[in-house]
Each structure stands twice: as structure tokens, then as C-alpha cells.
Write a protein that binds this ligand. Structure first.
Ligand SMILES: [Zn+2]
Length: 468
């Protein structure tokens, strides 16, 4: 991601303006005939009246700008320069979009009732302009607050083959399509300040020695230290301390109970000796109700299939007699979560557990498939291994813990901190264990509401913590 850094020492004078909803403008950066300028005829879809692909894309961006603008206040307009361009992609995974603050800013004095920026602390320029009420303009040739890139190969062969953007505004994307509005809202979130940048999450190094405004709120519950008080090496270690890096801002933690569900935990009733663990429910399939009494229990069956790996559930299940009526255990990897769960469902499984294929964290369990009618859950790699080693006669029960919220540690919402570090995803997102699913998780979920605030989302509350 491209980020520029600018230290400004003097303030400009502006006429007084009172606070109002932030105005966000989108500047299409594409050349003629492409992206926003794509003249390909399109049928209006899902409340989007555009009659060309380019018009529909622009309508989606304007809706995202309006949603964010109505939930934030600033006297200064926010300009987004946006492009459709090829981004990294394979047939089964890909970068949908990327965005960031066009500039990071420190040490600007407020005018007209605006406040000074906290000393020697980097802020995304849109946030810096909100706080100071200054139209900070480091380079008149580039009068932008946010840059944003979106993948124009989506759905082509080799790039999440067969998917493609959904341009509707109504949350009704078909199973194979990606909801552009959700992705644009997410990317605008980064550009507005949902990022630890310019501090490097990977190395912990700071730009020009200044912390970013995020660091005072980033707490490592293992060490009890906040990022602002850490060395580079400590920050780099904390960025990989899965489950223990949390957001300790007051505004976000206040709304956790109104946003996040009670945590789902799995008890192994038989055999004894396997500890209770946190699991995560899939974003597809039936909703696992949030009432504490909610429960799924049953005998476990190891599902086998005929693929390269016989335990990844990517092809038809070959032992349906063993799986029918039971909770099927399948490994993560090779194909999407919905493919595995659908295969198990077709074999008669009552529910599915998907064991992670990396040592840290829980599987994200994202995806969409309206044909799935059984519940499914992600479990850790270690728990999956313990269940496989336990042999036959395993009985598990999954239920809500009324004392814990999903996606939190010590009551505070987790930031995404897998080990190994994932460039572009680690640290500057909420953790994938959060449910309800959050806009600023690293991978898109099909059940996002397009709300950026509580009780549907934690993102605006985090923004209030950093000064929005
Ligand atoms: Zn992101």
C-alpha cells in the first residue's frame, strides 16, 4: 500500500465552519473505457439504477461514501481517488481491494475551534483534518485524502473464478458474487484511519520515530503493555500474538456487549480430558442463536472423501453411513468452507466442525451458500488433532458462554494477529473470531449489514476512540 508521510508545523486559516456530516467525494481514476468508465450495458440490480457497469460501480461508491459520511462529522471534505486495477488473485483466493490514507499527518495546529493534533503522532489525513478543521493540503497536485484500489479481474479465470462483483445496494448478492458495497465500505474504513500505519505491523518500526494514533489503544494482554510503550521488537512479537492483541479504547470496549455475540465454546463430553475451547460459527448456514441456552450436541464422525487429501471434504464424502446424523470433522484447506459443509450435508451430517490447518487461530468460516441448512463451526488445529486422536465414541457439545463475548480477550475486542504475520491483513483488522461478523475483518463475510456502527458493528466506535 502506498502511504505518504508529511509533517506540518504551521496551520492555515479558514473561515469558520460548524460541524456537520462528513462529505465524501469519489474521484474515478480509471482511463476511458475501464472501471468507472466501463460502457458495457448493465441491467439495474438491487436498487442500483445504473445502466452501464461503470455507472453502477460509481453508484456503489457513492452509497458507501454516503453511509460513512452520515456516521462521521468533519468540516473538511474527504476526497477518495479510486481505481479498478488487477490485484493479486488465484482461482480460490484473492485481494478484493486495498486502500489507505493518502497522507499521514502529524503536528498540525487546530483553527476555528478545531483542536491541535496530539503531538508527534501520525494520523490519517481525513482524521487530522476533522480534528484540526484545517484543509491540510501537502501537495495541491494530489488533493486526496484516501486512495483505493479494487480488483478488476474478479471472476475471470484464475481470479476467484466464476465470482464477480455484485453492484446491488440491497445485501442480496448471489452466492458466487462478491458484494462490492461491503468491500468499498471496508476499504474506505482503512482510508479513514482503520490502520496502524504508518507504523509497520510486521517490524514494529515507526515512521520518523513517531507512533501512529492507534498505538495508545493497542494492548497486548500477555505482557500488559500497549504498543506505544513497546520497542520495535516487542511490537513485532505482539503483532503475532494471536488472540492476545486487543483494542483497549473506551468507546469500542463500551459497545462490545451490544455488538458481539456470546462466545461459542465446545465441550468434549466423551472422552474426558480434552479441554473446552472457543469455536467460531460459520457466516453461512442457519444462525446459531445468541441465547446462552443455545446448544448443538452429538457424536463425532471423521468424514472421508476421495480427493488428494481424504480428510478435507473437498469432494463427495465416501463414508456417508458413518457421517449421517453425526457431527462431521473435516480439515480446512484446498477448497472453500461452503464446499466442505455442503459435501457433509449431502452425506447426511447434522453439523460440521472444520479444523484449522495452521497452528494459530480459528478458521474464518466465511462464504455464502443458501443451500446449506446445517450449522458448522471452526475449531483450532490443536483441537482438531485431539479429536482425531481420541478415536471413536467422541461426543461433543457446543453452546454459548454467557460470561464471554466472541472475538474478545479480557473483555476487549481482538485485533487480527496471526502467526505467521500476514502482510496486508495482520493488525489493521478485527480478528476473524468476532461474531456478529464485523466490517473490518480481513476477509469478507456474506452476512454484513452495511452498518458501520453499533449495534451492528464496532468500527465507528474505534473511530471515536482515535478522534473521529
Ligand atoms: Zn482490510
Amino acid at each position: 500500500m502506498r502511504t505518504k508521510f508529511f509533517v506540518r508545523l504551521a496551520a492555515l486559516l479558514l473561515a469558520p465552519i460548524t460541524a456537520f456530516a462528513a462529505q465524501i467525494f469519489v474521484v474515478p481514476g480509471d482511463p476511458p473505457g475501464q472501471g468507472f468508465n466501463d460502457p458495457t450495458p448493465a441491467v439495474p440490480v438491487g436498487g442500483n439504477p445504473g445502466t452501464t457497469v461503470g455507472q453502477q460501480a460509481l453508484n456503489v461508491f457513492q452509497r458507501a461514501a454516503d453511509i460513512w459520511g452520515s456516521k462521521l462529522q468533519s468540516t473538511q471534505p474527504i476526497t477518495v481517488i479510486a481505481f479498478f486495477t488487477p490485484l493479486n488473485c488465484t482461482a480460490t483466493s484473492g485481494v478484493l481491494g486495498a486502500a489507505g490514507a493518502y497522507w499521514s499527518i502529524a503536528n498540525v495546529a487546530g483553527v476555528n475551534g478545531g483542536k491541535n493534533l496530539p503531538a508527534n503522532t501520525w494520523h490519517a489525513i481525513a482524521l487530522a483534518e476533522k480534528i484540526t478543521r484545517v484543509n491540510i493540503d501537502p501537495d495541491p497536485a494530489e488533493p486526496f485524502e484516501i486512495f483505493a484500489l479494487f480488483n478488476n479481474r474478479l471472476g475471470q479465470p484464475g481470479c476467484l473464478t466464476g465470482s464477480g462483483w455484485y453492484y446491488g445496494l440491497d445485501n442480496a448478492e448471489p452466492g458466487s458474487s462478491i458484494d462490492l458495497l461491503a468491500v468499498v465500505l471496508h476499504e474506505f474504513g482503512h482510508g479513514l484511519g482503520f490502520s496502524v500505519g504508518p507504523t509497520s505491523g510486521n517490524t514494529g518500526a515507526r515512521s520518523a520515530g513517531f507512533p501512529s494514533v492507534w498505538e495508545q489503544f493497542m494492548l497486548d494482554v500477555s505482557t500488559g503493555k500497549r504498543w506505544i510503550d513497546m520497542t520495535n521488537a516487542e511490537r513485532a512479537a505482539s503483532a503475532r500474538n494471536d488472540g492476545n492483541l486487543v483494542w483497549a479504547g473506551q468507546k469500542a470496549s463500551n459497545v462490545v456487549p451490544s455488538v458481539l455475540d456470546f462466545r461459542i465454546e465446545m465441550d468434549v463430553v466423551r472422552p474426558t480430558g480434552i479441554p473446552s475451547t472457543e469455536v467460531v460459527a460459520a457466516s453461512f448456514g442457519p444462525t446459531f442463536g445468541n441465547a446462552p441456552g443455545q446448544r448443538v450436541g452429538g457424536n463425532l464422525a471423521i468424514a472421508l472423501d476421495g480427493g488428494v487429501s481424504s480428510i478435507d471434504g473437498c469432494t463427495a464424502i465416501t463414508n456417508p453411513a458413518a457421517v449421517a446424523g453425526r457431527i462431521a470433522l473435516i480439515d480446512r484447506g484446498t477448497c472453500g468452507f461452503t464446499v466442505k459443509v455442503k459435501n457433509a450435508q449431502d452425506a447426511g451430517a447434522a453439523a460440521v466442525l472444520i479444523a484449522n490447518n495452521v497452528p494459530t487461530g480459528l478458521p474464518g468460516m466465511g462464504g455464502t451458500d443458501p443451500a446449506i441448512v446445517i450449522p458448522s463451526f471452526g475449531i483450532s488445529q490443536a483441537t482438531g488433532a485431539a479429536l482425531r486422536a481420541a478415536g471413536s465414541g467422541v461426543y461433543v457439545e457446543l453452546s454459548r458462554n454467557p460470561n464471554n463475548r466472541a472475538g474478545t480477550t479480557a473483555g476487549l475486542p481482538r485485533l487480527y494477529a496471526p502467526n505467521p504475520f500476514q502482510s496486508g491483513s495482520s493488525v489493521s483488522h478485527w480478528d476473524t473470531s468476532a461474531t456478529r461478523n464485523l466490517l473490518m475483518e480481513p476477509a469478507i463475510n456474506g452476512n454484513l449489514t452495511k452498518s458501520v456502527k453499533n449495534p451492528e458493528d464496532l468500527t465507528r466506535a474505534l473511530f471515536m476512540d482515535i478522534g473521529w
